[in-house]
Ligand binder design. Structure first.
Ligand code: IPM
Ligand code: MG
Length: 355
């Protein structure tokens, strides 16, 4: 029997609850398709940090490299100063595992109340390919004369030809494989960030020559936020840098119905990748069994697709669509008409029943 080793980092807040439901569904679907998932748990997160003062032990990175994939809940703790866990755990994993792509599907599932008037599932189905290791996130810069009236703070955006090119190549390949509208949009700010996005734009059109079947398009990031609301049907695949990708994918999550359904993958095509619901740790709902586990479940589906279990992944999506279309009342925490674990049970059961 085929078997895969998965590292699970449930993390903070509602992370463990939603990951628990994801695992329920993964167990159910793997039984059906006859493959095995071996889960190993890691306690990285805010609680561990508060106890030990350590974000990630140094051995973690090498150890995690041995897995077929990583399944992550959420990182973020109300008692830990902003930035420590984000940089010390989440970003460190992305960077040191060289997960240079952050893949974020934006898809409106049936039955979901879309905040955009008159937009239907066929209008909202695109994916953002966000560069995930460079840009403003690289941590370049510094501060002088801190706390004085002369303070200087510099935070630089790092864009390397190699980093930009591998991201853009991934996006073209992905667009081709996806084979929907075969259109790739570069999202940038060439009118102002004339160094960084000049590199992005030149690289984009250079690589485009290798993909005559893919239509190319460019939009400034501010315009992209406008089109997400006005004409989301224009998009198929969007490629962008780390910071813009962060911002537009939160907007993307809202137009697909909310954080309760938004999943993402941190991809290293040649190494170990990590899948997560993008909604965060939601401390105020922790332990209440009210948050929506569908984002975590969808992240589990993306993980299966990544390791090559495509049929199982497709079935998870089908079951999720059945749940949004016929069962839950809303995606919002506490308003689903079901508890967190009941939604997990429902999807786990549907994957056994659906063809
Ligand atoms: C995300 C999050 C992270 C990011 C934070 C928690 C560091 O917002 O995954 O989008 O900015 O990448
Ligand atoms: Mg974000």
């Amino acid at each position: 029997m085929k078997s895969y080793n998965i590292a699970v980092i449930p993390g903070d807040g509602t992370g463990p609850e939603v990951i628990g439901e994801g695992i329920k569904v993964l167990d159910s679907v793997s039984r059906k398709f006859g493959f095995k998932l071996d889960f190993s748990y890691y306690d990285f997160g805010g609680s561990r940090y508060l106890k030990t003062g350590e974000t990630l032990p140094d051995s973690a990175i090498e150890e995690l490299k041995k897995y077929n994939a990583i399944y992550l809940g959420a990182i973020g703790h109300p008692d830990v100063k902003a930035g420590i866990l984000e940089r010390g755990i989440l970003l460190r994993l992305r960077f040191e595992l060289d997960q240079y792509i952050n893949l974020r599907p934006v898809k409106l599932y049936p039955g979901i109340d879309c905040p955009l008037k008159n937009k239907k599932p066929e209008d909202i189905d695109f994916i953002v390919v966000r560069e995930n290791t460079e840009g403003l996130y690289a941590g370049a810069g510094g501060v002088l004369k801190k706390g004085t009236p002369d303070e200087v703070a510099i935070q630089e955006s790092i864009n390397t030809r190699k980093g930009v090119e591998r991201c853009i190549r991934f996006a073209f390949e992905y667009c081709k494989r996806r084979n929907k509208r075969n259109k790739l949009t570069l999202c940038g700010k060439t009118n102002v960030l004339t160094f960084a996005f000049d590199l992005w734009e030149r690289t984009f059109y250079e690589i485009a020559k290798e993909y005559p079947g893919i239509k190319t398009d460019y939009a400034h990031v501010d315009a992209v936020t406008m089109w997400f609301v006005k004409n989301p049907e224009w998009f198929d695949v969007i490629v962008t840098d780390n910071m813009f990708g962060d911002i537009i994918t939160d907007l993307g999550a809202m137009i697909q119905g909310g954080m309760g359904i938004a999943a993402g993958g941190n991809i290293n095509p040649h190494g170990v990748s990590m899948f997560e619901p993008i909604g965060g740790s939601a401390p105020k709902y922790t332990g209440k069994n009210v948050v929506n586990p569908l984002a975590a479940i969808c992240a589990g589906g993306m993980m299966l697709e990544h390791i090559g279990e495509n049929k199982a992944a497709q079935l998870i999506e089908k079951a999720v669509m059945e749940v949004t279309g016929k069962h839950i009342k809303s995606l919002a925490a506490g308003q689903m008409g079901y508890s967190t674990s009941e939604v997990g049970d429902l999807v786990a059961k549907l994957v056994t029943e659906l063809g």
